[in-house]
Design a binder for this molecule. Structure first.
Ligand code: ARG
Length: 561
């Protein structure tokens, strides 16, 4: 139940809406004062009285009931105490009956949200820079589905451009089938890098590459076949990573998919008088909006990244009739999105307002953690593998007799990578540090996982309890229940602000509150049966809630650690 809402409904102030009152309701610094408080100086203009008098006046109009046990006016604040027994009962009953669905809703029923994420480039390494888009997008995909939306995951493959002509040229000159088949992305990338080096001395290679790209476009059989093969090899390689991170897509329609869908966009731009010529190129002038022109066609008539994105957005609107279309892409591309969103708006597409660039910051590796020789990219696969290896070391040190150590290390290592990218507000740049993400006592996934293992072990010994009575409650118990109770609104806010970090922080907060409870209140050795039973139910509800939260982030929870 939403207590803030309940309180807001009890307060009537002329000229102030219920939503405004709702947003004024805050959590007092300590629970002694109350569970919720309203600062009355906000109403000073309306009442023309001191906040203290306003608080008294409002207090007189509110009666206590089953839910609100006490109202007090202190220093211009109106404080509310919630009937703790009722609150605890309602929260735990909800969690224990809804189970895996606790936190979900159907508010998004009938609405589709397209999420363009990960969107890798064919034959290019899947490096640490792709981590955020992949795990942020993956989390948003699950979060929106959890709220009843239909999420459509789209991997907008970078599979168009002269670089594929270069790759064919390089393969034909130096490649062989077996090496490439075995080496996958790494082998393709080596060919590509070699091409660039050698083309410096042999500019004619570049001409050849252009010719090959043209051939791909024209559907030349051999070139098409090679290109399709490169694509398959790339996808096979990254699938390993997607499997580890629990990432799914509903569509792999990449840039080349729009080859034949751009002309209508160009035609429409022309018909609407939006295209102007600039040094031979066809552009949309955006000076009025403080942006450089959006280039639609180069002087040789070839399309650009933006052209393809406009065709893609149009296609998605027709195909999915999206409520929102999200692009989980680094902030380096801010201008690109602002430009083509604006051009679509100028074309009169009213749905342009539903396109959202979900921008995020850069991830770099802490200096010295892995060889990053110049020009040598850090493969995400290697980062994950190293994290799993380190996790294994830590687990083995702590609990050498643990069963399934490999499996646990995998959940801990992969979780650390995901959590490392999701814990901070997405726009922040992150420096990835193995020690930090694997710290058992930090604000980390392993801290949460370890807390779950602790809860699980208690339940193993005491039993998985769902029926309980309310004993005399301790402050730790109430705080823990409060922490759990905000999960549904946290999930909702995470979707609204495109911030899976809200859920990551929520999980850490719950884990901290649980550990306080665990150390201050005896569970199995509680003073009486009623208290023990209640504490087991509370432990059960905590574990359930943490599982739900972590499932949304794509992180597994080992039973034992
Ligand atoms: N492949 C692009 C890159 O790596 C990202 C594509 C993002 N999606 C989009 N519709 N532009 O930079």
């Amino acid at each position: 139940m939403d207590y803030k809402q309940y309180i807001a409904e009890k307060i009537k102030v002329e000229g102030v809406t219920q939503d405004e009152i709702y947003s004024l309701i805050a959590l007092p610094p300590n629970t002694e004062m109350g569970d919720y408080a309203i600062p009355c100086f906000k109403f000073a203009k309306i009442f023309r009285k001191s906040p203290a008098m306003i608080a008294e006046e409002l207090k007189a109009g509110i009666s206590t009931d089953d839910i609100i046990s006490e109202v007090s006016a202190v220093n211009g604040y109106l404080n509310f105490k919630i009937n703790k027994d009722g609150f605890v009962r309602a929260t735990l009953d909800k969690i224990l009956s809804e189970k895996d669905a606790f936190g979900s809703s159907n508010e998004g029923a009938g609405k589709t949200v397209c999420i363009d994420y990960s969107s890798i480039n064919i034959a290019k390494p899947f490096h640490i820079g792709h981590l955020s888009t992949t795990v942020l997008g993956g989390a948003l995909y699950r979060i929106f589905n959890y709220l009843g939306y239909k999420a459509v995951g789209i991997n907008h493959l970078g599979d168009y451009g002269t670089q594929f002509g270069k790759l064919i040229s390089a393969y034909k000159r130096w490649g062989d089938k077996e090496t490439v088949e075995k080496g996958g992305i790494r082998a393709l990338n080596e060919l590509y890098v070699r091409f660039h080096k050698e083309a410096e001395e042999h500019p004619e290679y570049d001409d050849e590459a252009r010719a090959y790209f043209k051939k791909i476009e024209q559907g030349d059989e051999e070139c098409q076949q090679l290109f399709t093969w490169f694509k398959a090899l790339t996808l096979k390689d990254v699938q390993k990573i997607y499997d580890m991170l629990d990432i799914h897509f509903d569509s792999y329609a990449g840039e080349s998919f729009y080859s034949d869908k751009m002309q209508p966009v160009v035609d429409e731009l022309r018909a609407k008088n939006l295209l102007v010529e600039s040094r031979g190129a066809q552009v949309v002038d955006l000076e009025e909006y403080g942006m450089p022109p959006c280039i639609i066609l180069k002087s040789d008539g070839s399309s650009l990244y933006a052209t393809r994105d406009m065709a893609a957005a149009t296609y998605r609107k027709n195909e999915y009739d999206f409520y929102k279309c999200l692009y989980v892409v680094a902030y380096q591309q801010n201008l690109h999105f602002k430009q083509f969103f604006k051009v679509l708006e100028l074309m009169g597409k009213d749905w342009a307002k539903d396109l959202v660039h979900v921008a995020y910051g850069m991830v770099s590796l802490e200096e010295g953690t892995m060889s990053t020789r110049k020009g040598n990219v850090v493969f995400l696969e290697d980062v994950i593998a190293k994290c799993i290896e380190k996790a294994y070391g830590v687990i083995d040190g702590k609990n050498p007799n643990l069963e399934n150590k490999e499996d646990v290390a995998k959940k801990v290592g992969v979780g650390a990578v995901i959590f490392g990218a999701l814990y901070n507000s997405k726009i922040k740049d992150i420096v990835f540090s193995y020690d930090k993400v694997l710290n058992f006592d930090g604000e980390t996934s392993v801290y949460v996982q370890y807390t779950c293992a602790r809860a699980n072990s208690v339940l193993q010994k005491g039993g998985v309890v769902t029926e309980f009575e309310i004993p005399t409650l301790s402050a730790e118990e109430i705080e823990l229940v409060k922490a759990l109770s905000v999960f549904p609104e946290t999930v909702k806010a995470a979707a609204e602000k495109y911030e899976p970090s809200f859920i990551a922080r929520f999980a850490v907060d719950v884990a901290k509150q649980f550990n306080k409870f665990y150390f201050d209140c005896k569970i199995l050795a509680a003073e009486d049966e009623k208290t023990k039973n209640f504490r087991l139910a509370l432990t059960n509800a905590t574990l359930q809630t943490l599982k739900n939260a972590f499932a949304l982030l794509g992180i597994g929870i080992p039973d034992k650690m």
